[in-house]
Ligand binder design. Sequence first.
Ligand code: ZN
Length: 433
Amino acid sequence: MRMMLCFCLLLLVLSATCTVLAAPKQTLVILAGNVWDGLADAPQGPSEILVVDGKIAAVGKTVPRPDGAKIVDLSTKFVMPGFIDAHIHLTGGSKVIANLASLNDAALALVGVSACEKVLNNGFTTVRDAGDFSIVAWVVGELKKAVDAGDIKGPRIINGGHMISAIGGHFDFGGMIRNGMTMDQVSVAEGATGLKRAVHNEARHGVDWIKFAGSGGFMSPSDGPEDLSYSQEEMNALVAAARDLGKPVFVHAYGDEAVRRAALAGVRSIEHGSLSSVATLEMLASKGIYLVPTQIAVVANARETAKGNLNMNVSEITREKNIKYAPRVLECAGNVAKSNVKIALGTDLGTYDFTVNGAKEFGEMVLNGLSPLRALKAGTSMAAELLSLNAGSIAPGKLADLVALPGNPFDDITVTEKVSFVMKDGVVYRDDR
Ligand SMILES: [Zn+2]
């Protein structure tokens, strides 16, 4: 009994301490020159947004102004929901990829800290990490904890863990480093039992989603984008193991058959899908499976390749694959635009450097035939729907994630690359006014 009392007292002291440490969030009234709520077909015009305790409390032509509320004057700006990147690699970058054999996890963590700050600064308030570059550790999980604790500045992170990969598959770094070298990489797995073990191993390290490579890729040395890493039975086993633990699954898949198998297995989103047939796109649409087409990473490259502007910063084997598949990648991008598939924005940042602003993906999607509305939704409300996130739109009760732009992105989509104000959870992280 006395022990119980002591324990209760300890809890009381702890909770009192926590209350002191957690600074109360400000009540803010944002005066916006124009607002798009992330859902409507067109912007709503001049509006006010009331933010209380990190959430949107009201939005309209005028909102209540509680005592002590701070006014944030964005009356010359266009305000919309914070961007969501559903496909990023926070521990990546060209230096990481070039030095996989020599970089340790501390180096990857430092890369991630820097990436987090850049990404948030560009207006991305939530990201889903699509593959930790660590061979044996869960670095992205530590980044997520550091952001949540306020120790580093960064977007809200949804942790996809490692990309579970077949031997010689897209994320088997042993093949990327040196022929014949063996490596104890936690996420290389095969067979129904092996894949179940890999899923359980990711889950016990606290990941939010399970990611796997269903096909080969352009940058991996020992497979091609149409190669199949796993049988239908293996994919079914992986997705079932994840489902039993309440984890949604996303799949790296370029070739049509890999996309089709993963869709049949029950994944929630297809990443890239850049060689999908029209029939497979129709299947994704009918099953409500999301597509994250990562077009600045894939389609922009195919367009340049088709013009004869070859990327000389990649290996010869990658260049050959780029040349071979460029026409079909471009054709598929056109079919994606014509399809009814639910599209969420993903940049694949980390497979190239974080000096690139991921918001370029909005413009790239429009260049490939998506309407500005569909592209803008892809990076806000549709991505939030994919990620089951209470954000991505401006409505009472939603997390107060907002960005301000110098103009209307429905008129010029590239203004998404000129963010001047970033709020996440009601806290202002960037304000260039
Ligand atoms: Zn990726």
